[in-house]
Design a protein around this ligand. Structure first.
Ligand code: AMP
Length: 629
């Protein structure tokens, strides 16, 4: 079938289309209705059907490949490698599930997972899925305040964590940050289940903290049956940044998500049972959920969980893993490839990469230089794919499993089946023609696998995502895009205050709020500035309560370090601005709105844009002067 016919069916007859795709997973009870779109923009898929993500990822494969590898946990930090077969994974997940149940976790309750890239983190996600608990994984790079906000929103009964992760040969303690987060949070989880890796000291809170190894030892023979869940039950909540300082809990279902992953593993990622998949992301991000843990396992593949950097012990490490485990499909981010490009490519050439059939890149714009370089080094197709935490799986890509259409440099590709993608004029709501810039929007219903709502806040879901255009209710991606005459899309950056640092999505408001908590700061603006390696970096411009403190270079340096330390402590190093400049005023409109885009333009050496509404043009000069200094 041509891709065009496949796509058209998905848009014109979504019920017929998704009914077929739904056969890719196991259902305990068949669904009565493929789609209920009676209360738009909310979409319910596979209504009445009962299934389970853990069953489809693990139990389902026991009959045919119990002894085949399922999870390969590799840490180049602790120099450990362990392979779990599907049977072993099944056992470990049941042990973990039994531990959770013994600590009182019940169906529908939340479990927060704040863990490094260790096998137990995957066991925990799958165990939640098995018993119908809702997991919320928080990226290990986030610090206490970020964590506290998420604890208060998700209200978990249990938190899972570890003594420490490791990065670049150094232990990164988790437990002290977690303790501080729980102190800061209003909600108090009943228990904290801790994996002790022996990497860092762990202060212990009696009555609350539980040692995983000891508890696991009591449940070695555990048999925990799968809890069958209605397709629209909540599988997980994953927080992501937006325009306001308060992160949004992206809530996902069970049935639609399982179908979307099985379908994308077949048509986009082309994975087959028995093969090995290697995604270099982290379980704290959406890629980790969809394409480290659930997607590959649902496809019956072995999946690699990797703790470490791309360049330790040397820049050949990932390729040595590809050789050793005969990886067929690999998933990474452009920043990682740019990092590798700085190292001699002989390190790559040393290894037999003949198993590798494609490299998928996502999370940030893929520039042509990086794409061409890695394509020529590897000699396999490089497949850009564009999506968001909200959608859970690609919106734009080339579904080579359907038809091997060519890629186009700089473009993630065509709309993926199921997504009725449109480019819309921001102010008039009119549809854009070829080569006309607009906001990338999606006409509802969103396909299976996409967010159901903002956790606990339906109104915010509707207000934030579906209320941005006149005339019609469309889902906004908050990305600018353009489509060429052949239908290939190009992404031109965010329309909102979200920035993308090394593929990590950060809200500038969150960083501003954190910086403002420093006693000396009266006001601050944070913008994303183009960076050769990371795509973008955060740069802050702050007004001091006592400007004389920044009179000398030494004073400025000391304050800058202090401000960075505040962000590190509250949000985590991932959100730390690359620079903090001190200015006397910030460019604003006469109604007091910060002109972030003008600041960003100046930082990138571009024209500051339309300044008809600016209150004090001299403020722009201050930005220029601060940059020059
Ligand atoms: P996240 O929700 O963290 O995955 O971030 C999603 C955002 O990252 C999107 O809205 C885009 O701005 C950006 N993004 C993701 N993938 C791509 C891609 N392949 N090309 C360009 N931008 C991308």
């Amino acid at each position: 079938m041509s891709y065009s016919a496949f796509y058209q069916e998905s848009i014109q007859q979504p019920e017929v289309f998704w009914d077929k795709e739904a056969q890719l997973i196991d259902w305990h009870t068949p669904y009565r209705q493929v789609l209920d779109h009676s209360h738009p923009p909310f979409a319910k898929w596979f209504v009445g059907g009962e299934t389970n993500l853990c069953h489809n990822a693990v139990d389902r494969w026991l009959a045919t490949q119990a002894d085949k590898p399922a999870l390969i946990a590799i840490s180049t930090e602790t120099n450990t490698e362990k392979i779990y077969s599907f049977a072993e994974l099944h056992t470990e997940v049941q042990r973990m599930a039994a531990c959770m149940q013994s600590l009182g976790v019940k169906q529908g309750e939340r479990v927060l997972i704040y863990m490094p890239m260790i096998a137990e983190a995957a066991f925990a996600m799958l165990a939640c899925a098995r018993i119908g608990a809702v997991h919320s994984v928080v990226f290990g790079g986030f610090a206490s305040k970020s964590l506290a906000t998420r604890i208060d929103d998700a209200r978990p009964v249990l938190v899972l964590s570890a003594d420490a992760g490791m990065r670049g040969g150094k232990a990164v303690p988790y437990k002290p940050l977690l303790d501080e987060a729980i102190t800061l949070a209003e909600h108090k989880p009943q228990h904290v289940l801790l994996v002790n890796r022996g990497l860092a000291p762990m202060p212990w809170v009696a009555g609350r903290d539980v040692d995983y190894a000891s508890l696991r030892a009591q449940h070695l023979e555990a048999q925990v049956a799968v809890t069958w869940l209605e397709a629209n039950a909540i599988s997980y909540v994953l927080y992501t940044s937006g325009t306001t300082g308060k992160p949004k809990g992206v809530q996902r279902d069970v049935g639609g998500y399982a179908v979307a992953l099985a379908s994308s593993m077949k048509h986009i990622f082309c994975g087959n049972p028995g093969e090995t998949y290697f995604a270099t992301s982290d379980i704290g991000w959406v890629v980790g959920h969809s394409y480290i843990v659930y997607g590959p396992l649902i496809a019956g593949m072995a999946t690699i969980m990797y703790e470490g950097t791309p360049i330790r012990p040397d820049a050949g490490i990932w390729w040595s893993i590809v050789e050793k485990y005969k990886v067929t499909r690999m998933f990474s981010a452009p920043t990682a490839i740019r990092v590798l490009k700085k190292h001699p490519s002989e390190l790559m050439k040393k290894y037999d990469l003949s198993s590798l059939q494609a490299l998928y890149l996502a999370g940030e714009p893929l520039d042509e230089t990086t794409s061409s370089w890695i394509a020529s080094e590897l000699g396999v197709p490089i497949i850009d794919n564009y999506w968001q935490t909200e959608t859970g799986w690609p919106i734009l890509s080339i579904a080579r499993g359907v038809e091997s259409l060519p890629s186009r440099l700089g473009s993630p590709g065509l709309p993926v089946y199921g997504y009725h993608v449109q480019l819309v004029n921001e102010s008039t709501g009119a549809l854009c023609g070829a080569n006309e810039k607009g906001v990338l929007a999606i006409k509802g219903p969103l396909p299976p696998g996409c967010m159901q709502t903002v956790y606990g806040d339906d109104q915010r879901f509707v207000q934030t995502y579906w209320n941005n255009f006149p005339h019609e209710q469309l889902y906004s991606t908050f990305d600018w895009g353009i489509r060429d005459a052949d239908g290939y899309y190009f992404i031109l950056g965010r329309t909102d205050d979200v920035i993308n640092v090394a593929g990590h999505r950060l809200g500038t408001r969150e960083i501003e709020e954190s910086i403002s908590s420093h006693a000396q700061i009266s006001e601050v603006a944070v913008v994303g500035v183009e960076d050769q390696l990371k795509g973008q970096v955060a740069v802050a411009f702050a007004i001091l309560k006592h400007p004389e403190l920044a009179a000398t270079a030494e004073g400025r340096r000391a304050l800058e370090a202090e401000v960075m330390a505040v962000v590190d402590k509250q949000l985590g190093a991932v959100a730390r601005p690359a620079r903090v400049h001190f200015v006397g005023s910030l460019p604003k409109t006469r109604s007091g709105k910060l002109l972030r885009r003008s600041i960003q333009a100046i930082c990138e050496g571009r024209d500051a844009g339309d300044l008809t509404t600016i209150e004090d043009p001299a403020s722009l000069q201050q930005i220029r002067a601060a940059l020059a200094a």
